[in-house]
Design a protein around this ligand. Structure first.
Ligand code: HEM
Length: 219
């Protein structure tokens, strides 16, 4: 399998995951509202998504994207490591010389750790019914807000969620730039604009997701 094909899969799935994060952050920003309105809105939104067959289909695409992104990224990282010292590298050092670009695999491991813990915290309980059962709110919707509220009143989880947004930010910054390049959008003219978009995107995502646990903690 060619290096380009592997890089294409990483870039395409990565872009899809970036779009998911925009939607996910927008939905989770409901948690910043005062509790009286946040609970009802967050739970109603979450129920609407879960009951929509089209969104369910997109969710499966999301899980596949995470799996393929991780597998192909792991293959490229391992190949890069092996080719070190042989005079051949899959990634050219001069082109990709930032700290994040040299450590995407290392950053990715932290993000994978975050996603596993995060899915156990929420997804496994809400979607698979694994772990402590989740109650209903006054409107009869699954009380996902309560899980969030309880989790983010535990200082260790708050710190975990905030700290893990640092590698996420670095990974998204380099990853988005890299995806634009692989998919052919990164021409000399637009280089600065796309680099700025990647920086702003990574900043908004990491600060946005990092601020939510902190604000909920003080609610
Ligand atoms: C403040 C931070 C976050 C909160 C409060 C949060 C909350 C949630 C909740 C409640 C769910 C379950 C949704 C449902 O089924 O109703 C969920 C699912 C998920 N979250 Fe997050 N999330 C946060 C950050 C993140 C981040 C940073 C990532 C990725 C790096 C992420 C990735 C996912 C994924 C992949 C799912 C499964 C989606 C699906 O089944 O369709 N989340 N999150």
């Amino acid at each position: 399998m060619s290096i380009f094909f592997r890089k294409f899969i990483i870039a395409a799935t990565g872009l899809f995951l970036c779009i998911f994060l925009i939607v996910h952050l927008s939905a989770n920003s409901l948690l910043l509202l005062p509790e009286a309105s946040a609970r009802g809105l967050y739970n109603a939104y979450s129920t609407t998504l879960r009951e929509n067959p089209l969104i369910t289909a997109v969710s499966y695409l999301l899980y596949l994207s995470i799996i393929f992104h991780v597998i192909y990224a792991a293959i490229i990282t391992i190949k890069n490591r092996k080719s070190k010292g042989t005079g051949y590298r899959v990634n050219h050092k001069q082109e990709n010389s930032t700290w994040a670009s040299q450590n995407m695999g290392f950053l990715g491991v932290f993000i994978l750790l975050f996603i596993v813990v995060h899915l156990v915290n929420f997804w496994a309980r809400v979607k698979l019914g694994i772990g402590e059962s989740v109650g209903l709110d006054v409107d009869g919707n699954t009380d996902v807000y309560e899980i969030t509220y309880t989790l983010f009143h535990n200082i260790y989880y708050v710190l975990f969620y905030i700290l893990l947004m640092i590698p996420l930010g670095f990974h998204l910054h380099h990853g988005l730039k890299s995806a634009f390049k692989t998919l052919g959008f990164y021409h000399k003219k637009g280089l600065r604009v796309l680099a700025k978009i990647s920086l702003v995107y990574a900043f908004v995502m990491s600060i946005g997701f990092g601020v939510i646990p902190l604000i909920v903690y003080f609610k």
